[in-house]
Design a protein around this ligand. Sequence first.
Ligand SMILES: Cc1cc2nc3c(=O)[nH]c(=O)nc-3n(C[C@H](O)[C@H](O)[C@H](O)COP(=O)(O)OP(=O)(O)OC[C@H]3O[C@@H](n4cnc5c(N)ncnc54)[C@H](O)[C@@H]3O)c2cc1C
Length: 477
Amino acid sequence: MKLIKQFDIISLLLWSILSFNFIENVNSIHNFQCLRSIRGPVIYDDGDNTILFQSLIIGENTRVHYTPSVLIYAIDNEDVKKAVNCAVESNTDIIARSGGHSYENYGLGGRDGVMVLDVTFIDEIIIDSKRRTAKIGAGNRLGVIYYKLSQAGFILPGGTCSSVGIGGHALGGGHGYFGRKHGLACDNVISMEMVLANGTLIHIDRTLNSDLYFALRGAGASYGIVTHFVVRIHPIPPQVTFMKFVFDVTQVQQLISALDEVGPSLDDGIGFKLRLYNYSLFIIASYLGPRTEAQNAMEKFLSKAPKPKSSEYTQQSFLETFAALANTNKYEVMKPSHHPIFYKTKSFYINVGERLTKDGVDFLMKFLNEPRCDGALATFDLYGGAINNRDHGTAFIHRDSNYCIHIEAYNAECVDEINRFGKEFQSNFTSKYSNQVIIDRELDNWRERRPVPQIPLDANPVWTLVSKWAPASNLNV
Ligand SMILES: Cc1cc2nc3c(=O)[nH]c(=O)nc-3n(C[C@H](O)[C@H](O)[C@H](O)COP(=O)(O)OP(=O)(O)OC[C@H]3O[C@@H](n4cnc5c(N)ncnc54)[C@H](O)[C@@H]3O)c2cc1C
């Protein structure tokens, strides 16, 4: 096997399933001569290593397939600069990939033939406990970040799926159970290092390149390749509580009504997801504190809600709670692996002062009970608290929302159905906006439905920034 030194393909594949540290010793021939000086692995499909190449494409969503021209694993800022310069020189599009969890596989460029610049090996996490900050390489997955920060007694709020990458996540917002207390991942970004389309490395913070600082926190996956984030981290309380409440599905109207009435005003220590799935209806929640406080905090909601069939309050360590929220185990959190599946996801918002009407709930239930969409899942992510705080000054546009509803279909027969449903649901029952990190190619008028906000500094729209910062860009938008 001429392309792979030191490992045979079977052990590489096995390793790739178990870990992300699998290609440090892989080398390859160079179809792009200008990539020769890159120190990290540069991998092409030359016919001999097709299985390896395909496995490294990841393809988290098996519904959409794209084949890159090359996979470049940068190990530092210099490698990223060289790769961007090479893309420009060879007139090839280049895209950054962090965790490969874009809902439409945009980490592969959303089309064939793109150079993929993977930042997996830019993975340092340097914690400054005194200043309560951490420098995080853009190649880190959320699980590893939760694990390492929690070992030092800290948390960065973000999503629950351990294998999501911090790159796409923090640049698009980053919502999770601890956001009502500490904000979105992007709200906690203090500064970034980024390679521009002209190959230069810049520092971005509140004062240096402040227009990018605004745009990259909430609408960020196009302006360059971010290599490092410096983030604010928060102390973890000694006890954290995992909660689960199961309801009879016939109580869905009353439950959503209680959510509309009191959900956003609940204690901001509560993180909360309501789920409707296969005729089951339940709430998974967390509280950043002990069980007795959690019970008191939930009372405001439970006094309005129908009586649950069962209730669970489990007080445990932060990491155990996180693993339970993610429906996984601590090992998977520490060593996240990919589990590609087929899905089509859409997102909707109910804004402050509005509610999901009875007809809206009925319309949603009708879709979920459609036989072609068997197994489809609707999740209501509760906002309020720090998530609705506008003071962060970011490009995340959904600060006036009670909750985000995201709906996932898991089989091919349901794709047309969910697209039809989505149009009607959004026209008749929800706000017209969708979530930036829930990329949805079938969204009509996507610029209007994922609008880019005005920049407060000079009132230029973010789209102007793209031309300012990436002139003649080969960066894939
Ligand atoms: C199973 C699953 C669970 C999820 N759970 C949550 C959740 O709980 N909360 C939530 O808010 N979101 C969640 N998401 C959405 C997720 O946050 C977004 O899809 C996010 O964009 C994924 O980031 P990534 O780096 O893993 O993906 P990638 O596919 O690597 O990247 C996504 C986009 O970001 C760009 N990008 C990535 N890294 C960089 C970089 N270093 N510099 C510049 N651009 C970059 C890519 O080019 C691409 O356009 C989930 C997604 C999945 C598939």
